[in-house]
Write a protein that binds this ligand. Structure first.
Ligand code: NAD
Length: 482
């Protein structure tokens, strides 16, 4: 772990083995952090906040650019490590790390730009302005599916705004996080960045309930988000929650078949379907359903499963067996209720180790099945026909989540209806899962609170103060006595 600028194994003598999901081999062990370790990290971050918040914005910007530069210098090493602990293929980790590097540069600059605004006074002689101030210590709690990207989307804006941080990586994927901090954060004042490794109940909960942690920036499951919200409700903390999703894609009949087939395969199967914005429900116009489902099954059947380190791998393993079992259960329940598997959904017999599952295309599904209502987080593409666009929009909105939604069409009238009527934090037209540094990312409904990226993603880490200044002073005629 990394606390107050020093490496430590913390108070516990226990270790957590980190497993390569493609080979099931132990890569490394990390300390099983304790509540005392979490408290030590918060104290270090609290002390460092007094220094970091006073640093001029230009100096903080230079320090964050240096983080980006140092990560780039270790790019290949970190990509390899990420691939070993998380499993997705190298090109996907190249992309992830590029995002990380650019995010530090982006927020280094954005935070130099403004820190509030001057507002018109209510009366002559008054001066009114708004100051944005950092909160203090931010707990950054991150899942395993994009260990560094989701960290950077919190870490870069939180630091750029002048906060200090305690990072809790997933207990499944802490290695790249520790490597990033080791190679890229040594120039920061001690305590500005801290990392505690361990399990949610043992280090996550002491962090989120610590009275000196005013902000929790969390990405993970709905259940843990709800737990954090209930634990911290009495303390009135600022919660920034990026939770689960069940993203729909609507395929209109006018779209080119090859775009719809390969775009859908990408958005449903990227990272083996373990993306919060994976397409997990697909609504296909009934007129193209037979041809579309056949071409999709054919395309998906040609994708190559394997170790993410191998050049010819399209689809890596799932992160752990228990998540694979959850997907298999959703699939078999759906099949028992009448769904038809066109292809996939099996453990590949030719691969003896690793948590692999062949990508599945499923038809005859409906909204009575968990496969169409609960997050699946695996390589499954369920297809359901729709008759008209009213029905497509109704089905897209028939979900407790509202993270992303995609429409495949060239018809501008459908596009306008879709982005106006579908309740989701991101709407993609023809190009699913593409993010933009300046475009806010986050969820509506049960998918969370707050936004990452863009100005919105920086503002999450500022507290706003209004200053009302009567420059001349003097006794007001509306003061006592009436
Ligand atoms: P998870 O909720 O199990 O764990 C996320 C993190 O929270 C881990 O670091 C974990 O150790 C920690 N944690 C667990 N219990 C805790 C507790 N009681 N208190 C504090 N911290 C605790 O999620 P996961 O399995 O790592 O990730 C998959 C989930 O993340 C999926 O539901 C996915 O949709 C979601 N996700 C959301 C987004 C988004 O941007 N909305 C992005 C990626 C992943």
């Amino acid at each position: 772990m990394y606390i107050n600028g020093e490496y430590t194994t913390g108070k516990s003598t226990e270790r957590i083995p980190i497993i390569n999901p493609a080979t099931e081999e132990i890569l490394e062990e990390v300390p099983r952090g304790t509540p005392e370790d979490a408290v030590a990290a918060v104290e270090a971050a609290g002390a460092a906040f007094q220094i970091w918040k006073r640093m001029p914005a230009n100096e903080r910007a230079a320090a964050l650019h240096e983080v980006a530069t140092k990560i780039r210098a270790h790019h290949d090493e970190i990509v390899r490590l990420l691939t070993q602990e998380e499993g997705k293929p190298i090109p996907e980790h190249e992309e992830e790390l590029w995002w990380v590097e650019e995010t530090f540069d982006y927020y280094a600059e954005l935070a130099r730009h403004e820190r509030g605004r001057v507002i018109p006074p209510g009366e002559t002689g008054q001066f009114n302005f708004v100051i944005k101030e950092p909160y203090g210590v931010v707990a950054c709690i991150v899942p395993w599916n994009y260990p560094l990207l989701l960290l950077a989307w919190k870490m870069a804006p939180a630091l750029a705004a002048g906060n200090t941080i305690v990072i809790k990586p997933s207990e499944l994927t802490p290695l790249a996080t520790l490597k990033l901090v080791e190679v890229a954060c040594d120039h920061l004042p001690p305590g500005v960045v801290n990392v505690v490794t361990g399990f949610g109940p043992e280090v996550g909960e002491p962090l989120v309930t610590h009275p000196d942690v005013p902000v929790i920036a969390f990405t993970g499951s709905l259940a843990v988000g709800q737990r954090i919200a209930s634990l911290t409700a009495p303390m009135m903390k600022k919660l920034h929650l990026e939770l689960g999703g069940k993203d729909p894609m609507v395929i209109a009949p006018d779209v080119a078949m090859d775009q719809a087939v390969s775009g859908l395969a990408y958005s449903a199967l990227l990272n083996t379907g373990q993306v919060c914005t994976s397409t997990e429900r697909v609504y296909v116009h009934e007129s193209i359903m037979p041809q579309f489902s056949e071409e999709l099954a054919d395309f998906v059947g040609k994708l190559r499963l394997g170790n993410g380190l191998d050049d010819d791998t399209d689809i890596g393993p799932m992160i752990r067996d228990k998540f694979r079992v959850k997907v298999e259960e959703q699939l078999s329940e759906a099949v028992a209720a009448g769904a038809k598997t066109l292809i996939g959904g099996q453990r590949p017999p030719q691969i003896s180790k690793g948590f692999f599952l062949t990508p599945a295309v499923v038809t005859n599904v409906d909204h009575s099945m968990r496969l169409m209502t609960e997050e699946t987080f695996g390589p499954v593409i369920p297809l359901m026909p729709y008759k008209d666009f009213d029905e497509a929009i109704r089905l897209a909105n028939d979900c407790k989540y509202g993270l992303g939604a995609c429409l495949m069409t060239y018809d501008a009238r459908l596009v306008k209806r879709f982005f106006e009527e579908v309740k989701a934090g991101t709407i993609w037209i023809n190009d699913p899962l593409t993010d933009n540094f300046a475009g806010p990312f986050g969820g509506m409904k049960m998918s969370g609170l707050g936004r990452e990226l863009g100005q919105e993603g920086l503002d999450e880490f500022y507290e706003v103060k209004h200053v009302h200044w009567d420059i001349e002073g003097g006794v007001k005629d509306f003061w006592y006595p009436y």
